[in-house]
Design a protein around this ligand. Structure first.
Ligand SMILES: [Zn+2]
Length: 385
């Protein structure tokens, strides 16, 4: 039933999107939610699309609402133009309150005859006391099924103050090096998984395009890939959030780097984008502050002891001595210390101040890009430790 519902949700989304697209480009006309809902009612009455009535109407209406929101976001410049849904991507169906029932921790979903069995993963929450506003049934490309409960909840409890701040330098050799001098190695499993991945990919290449085997092989690839890094990223981000009140990272242009094919695999394997996303929401949840500094800040070439800026530092140089104060530096730890100092300068001065230019604080809606065009961002104002 859920597979069939996914198919109907996808069809309604794609057909509505095509219709909207046509109305906009041919007639310059925006389509309202009401119009799309009326069109859905008409489709259900046609012979070809009568099967849409076999699934719950709620997920179909929800997908119309989501598309309406997606367009609203697009029109105000907040999001990209909505895209067609693909049958090989993640599938989902959203059930609002009228389409499911929770009783004693059992979930009954519309158009299904028995309670839906699921594994509960939140040990500290009593599932029987749960009062969800929405239930989302989804299936990942690797074939795993999820039930997600949306509930109204109060603000999360902030963590106790740690009295500590950490700068983090992300890299490929080590996943991260902190201003405390801690090195977090890139897990070896990534390399082992890469070998598995190559095997799956070879197997996939032999499968015919669009065949069931190819889809299965693709799911395996997706699974091998994700398992390899998700756990590692969660452990690493959680440990940092526990340790420090303020965490400073560089704003790495991950999508830009991934376009460089030589770096692409290492960078997307490293999962920096996902790591930052985790830090963002975990910091917010715990009442911590995440500071993201401009990626053009010369964190490697600046001496963290005296602030001296080197003219050049080759990528292969792992250790160096400052010509001015004779301090001996490990390249990555020095960079992490500079990142921390830059972030703390911002945290003290606030985003409106000159020191904050080119650097943004977590929580502001848009990056302050005023300095992005300049070649040397606020470097003179960043104090040494
Ligand atoms: Zn120095």
């Amino acid at each position: 039933m859920f597979s069939r519902t996914f198919g109907c949700v996808r069809l309604v989304w794609n057909k509505t999107l095509a219709e909207r697209h046509r109305a906009w480009h041919a007639e310059g006309k925006k389509t309202s939610y009401r119009e799309t809902d009326a069109a859905l009612t008409v489709w259900k009455k046609t012979e070809d699309l009568a099967f849409l009535s076999e699934v719950s109407s709620v997920p179909l209406q929800q997908t119309l609402r989501h598309q309406h929101t997606a367009f609203a976001n697009f029109f105000v410049g907040r999001a990209r133009y909505p895209r067609f849904k693909n049958r090989n991507a993640r599938q989902s169906a959203h059930y609002a309150r009228s389409a499911f029932r929770m009783r004693d921790g059992k979930l009954f979903v519309a158009k299904t005859s028995s309670p839906l069995r699921f594994v509960w993963t939140w040990d500290d929450v009593d599932v029987a006391a749960l009062n969800p506003t929405t239930v989302v049934i989804s299936r990942d490309p690797d074939g795993r099924w999820y039930v997600t409960f949306a509930v109204d909840a109060g603000a999360p409890e902030p963590l106790e103050e740690a009295g500590h701040a950490i700068g983090v330098d992300l890299g490929l050799k080590d996943f991260a090096v902190t201003s405390d001098g801690e090195r977090i190695a890139n897990p070896r499993m990534l390399e082992r998984r890469a070998r598995n991945l190559a095997r799956y990919q070879r197997r996939m290449a032999r499968c015919q395009r669009g065949s069931v085997n190819r889809r299965k092989a693709k799911r395996k690839v997706a699974r091998a890939h994700r398992n390899a890094r998700t756990g590692f990223l969660h452990r690493t981000s959680s440990a940092l959030v526990r340790k420090a009140d303020t965490i400073v990272i560089e704003d790495l242009n991950v999508s830009g780097m991934v376009k460089n094919r030589l770096l692409a695999r290492s960078v997307s394997d490293a999962g920096w984008g996902e790591f930052r996303r985790q830090l963002e929401y975990k910091c917010e949840r715990a009442g911590r502050r995440l500071v993201v500094i401009d990626r053009w800040y010369p964190s490697s070439k600046t001496c963290s002891s005296c602030g001296n800026l080197l003219a050049e530092l080759s990528l292969s140089t792992r250790h160096w001595t400052c010509p001015r104060c004779r301090a001996r530096h490990d390249r990555d730890i020095n960079a992490a210390k500079n990142i921390l100092a830059a972030g703390q300068a911002v945290a003290r001065s606030g985003p409106g101040d000159a020191c904050g230019a080119g650097v943004r604080r977590q929580g502001s809606a848009l990056p302050q890009s005023a300095v992005k065009q300049e070649t040397s961002p606020a470097r003179a104002r960043i104090p040494s430790l």
